[in-house]
Design a binder for this molecule. Structure first.
Ligand code: SAH
Ligand code: SF4
Length: 360
């Protein structure tokens, strides 16, 4: 079977070329064609020797996941449903803003962690995405939207906040991250690439050592008792361990703060007293807060906090000198917001079994 070159970062591609007696600079050239130029066709790689082009045509391919559906929101947000095989689909969301374009990408089909407020979690875990399926989301989105008038690709920032827990698909995630950062591929700065994690402590240490990028941690509760319920993986890596891991991460992080995400659930985690508890919890971790209005999905057991509660909660944090933003909800009309992704995937757990309709 043809080798999908989207699976390789620079080092892996160089090794694959070396096995075929090809020099490292050839690997670099091909890497640039694929990622920097967005060219999937080896025949079009004009500065590559004809003999090598033939070899590549025979042995390799550049395959990103097939797009089953594209939706465009009134606010310019786009959402793609991607077929990752065997009845699985994942979603990618592009959010245009003044001066930047953010792509929210998925790392797994489903998620094993079953956070109480997350529709991806409710689907159960299907499988890890390959590196090609992860980086393929960026590769494809850039090509689909096209370069701007200055010749720049539209995606300037990547957040791994789509479906799945990226740190439980560590190796493939890191391969994709390396490509995002590589000057011969996407050349994004480490500050413009964010991994979001529910707090897999040992993998946070590995990420710090192997490929530090900006880090967002899904906190959602100020104490273990509540977090054990909302984010069950907290039972394995409780808050004290998580806070220390954040401190260790900051020793090598490209930004000097951790972003704590906090989904606002009415009457569950949004009281003033809980805001105060939160302040005490994060005392030793330089951080910013991002409050996320809960995005409902069918059968969700929670409600979104009222705007007044969110403002009060934010004010308490701000008075303690914690920079706090409230996430704008984008793409509401196409269910593209956090935690709403891929409602139409065939569900392994059969909790919400709906078949995918493939459109050509
Ligand atoms: N698994 C990773 C990344 C994907 S989820 C993580 O949990 O961090 C990205 C963000 O969306 C997380 O902060 C997650 O807690 C949040 N989220 C999940 N479901 C949500 C919902 N229904 N409404 C609002 N935010 C949600
Ligand atoms: Fe998984 Fe993140 Fe959803 Fe939790 S919030 S179930 S970790 S995708």
């Amino acid at each position: 079977m043809a080798e999908n070159l989207l699976n390789f970062d620079a080092q892996q591609l160089t090794a694959w070329f070396a096995e075929r007696g090809e020099k490292p600079f050839r690997a670099r050239q091909v890497l640039r064609w694929i990622h920097k130029m967005g060219e999937p066709d080896f025949a079009a790689m004009t500065d590559i020797a004809a003999s090598l082009r033939e070899k590549l045509l025979a042995e390799a391919c550049v395959d990103s996941p097939a797009v089953m559906r594209e939706e465009l929101s009134d606010d310019g947000t786009r959402k793609w449903l991607l077929n990752v095989g065997t009845g699985n689909a994942v979603e990618t969301v592009f959010i245009p803003e003044a001066g930047r374009g953010t792509l929210c990408i998925s790392s797994q089909a489903g998620c094993a962690l079953d956070c109480a407020f997350c529709s991806t979690g409710k689907q159960g875990f299907n499988r890890n995405l390959s590196a090609a399926e992860i980086i393929g989301q960026l590769w494809w989105a850039n090509r689909r939207i096209g370069r701007d008038a200055d010749g720049n690709w539209p995606v300037s920032n990547v957040v791994m906040m789509g479906m799945g827990e990226p740190l439980l698909n560590f190796d493939n995630t890191v391969t994709a991250l390396r490509l995002m950062l590589d000057d011969h591929a996407y050349g994004l700065s480490r500050r413009r690439v964010t991994v979001s994690t529910s707090g897999i402590v040992p993998a946070m240490d590995r990420l710090r050592d192997e490929c530090p990028v900006a880090l967002a941690v899904s906190l959602h509760a100020p104490n273990d008792e509540l977090r054990n319920v909302l984010v069950p993986v907290n039972q394995k890596y409780p808050l004290r361990q998580l806070m220390s891991a954040c401190q260790r991460y900051l020793e090598r992080a490209p930004r000097d703060f951790i972003t704590f995400e906090y989904v606002m659930l009415e009457g569950v985690n949004d009281s003033v007293q809980q805001a105060r508890e939160l302040i005490a919890l994060v005392r030793d971790v330089p951080c910013k807060f991002n409050l996320i209005p809960f995005n409902p999905f069918p059968q969700a057991p929670y409600r979104r906090s009222g705007a007044e509660n969110v403002r009060r909660f934010r004010d308490v944090l701000m008075q303690a000198d914690l920079v706090t933003t409230v996430r704008k909800t984008r793409g509401d009309d196409i269910a593209a917001a956090c935690g709403q992704l891929a409602g139409q995937v065939q569900d392994k757990t059969k909790r919400t079994h709906r078949l995918i309709e493939v459109r050509s």
